[in-house]
Design a binder for this molecule. Structure first.
Ligand SMILES: *[C@@H]1O[C@H](CO)[C@@H](O)[C@H](O)[C@H]1NC(C)=O
Length: 238
């Protein structure tokens, strides 16, 4: 009986000491949007009810290892129910990869503020950077949460507005829009044999696809030509 009590006391004290929220993983410095640099140490403290983390300047974060980095500020408390770090006011969940960073003094910040809406959980304010707009996990694309259109390309401009080209070709220049990550739609199916035009090729494989002769080395696929012969495609970016 005595031994049993002792054992249960040991088990419960081990459980209460276990850190309820694992610290986020580091973002590699080579993944930071320019000119952010590694900066300071993450502050960690306890206020009685919660564990907290905060950075001296800003955080650089990534949703997944294969997505692009973005920045945000604020402090996060550990929600011991969910085991997740959450922003005080918004309850936005801290991404899995987070590092403290600083911005060189005397340099104007160029970024595009957005509100990111995760598929589950609260929305949060983050900043996107030119060349780092694809902040969504691989296989997903950032798209406007408000108009139901799927975005084809998204660019952060120097004036802080995004330039968003939708699948239907329409362009918008929103400042601080609400974006969400959606699964990239599969390419439209190849048209039936004998009906393949240059437009079909571009629709099937994207605007950079070249409608070429069979002498071009195939690199991305093929589509049938009006003659019934296969026409090979080469993607310029490759
Ligand atoms: C903690 O997380 C749970 C589950 O996600 C949520 O229901 C609850 O509101 C959170 N509590 C606080 C204080 O954020």
């Amino acid at each position: 009986m005595h031994r049993l009590l002792l054992l249960s006391a040991v088990v419960s004290s081990a459980a209460s000491q276990a850190p309820p929220c694992p610290l986020p993983a580091d973002v590699l410095a080579s993944d930071y949007p320019s000119p952010w640099a590694k900066g300071g140490l993450m502050d960690k403290w306890k206020d009685g009810a919660n564990d907290w983390i905060k950075c001296p300047d800003h955080f650089i974060a990534k949703l997944t290892a294969d997505s692009k980095a973005f920045s945000f500020g604020s402090s996060y408390y550990c929600n011991s129910t969910s085991g997740k770090w959450m922003e005080r006011g918004s309850k936005f969940q801290a991404p899995a990869f987070v590092s403290p960073v600083t911005y060189p003094t005397g340099t104007a910040k160029k970024y595009c503020p957005i509100t990111h809406t995760p598929s589950n959980g609260a929305s949060g304010w983050i900043a996107l950077y030119s060349g780092h707009e694809q902040y969504c996990p691989a296989g997903e694309i950032p798209t406007l949460a408000t108009d139901g259109k799927i975005s084809k390309s998204i660019t952060c401009q120097d004036n802080g507005k995004l330039s968003i080209v939708a699948e239907d070709g329409s362009v918008t220049y929103p400042f601080h829009p609400t974006l969400k990550c959606i699964r990239a739609p599969p390419p439209p199916p190849c048209p039936p044999l004998g009906t393949c035009t240059e437009a079909d090729v571009k629709k099937r494989f994207g605007p950079s696809a070249v409608y070429g002769a069979p002498t071009i080395t195939p690199s991305k696929g093929s589509c049938s030509s009006p003659t019934g012969k296969l026409v090979y495609l080469k993607v310029r970016s490759e």
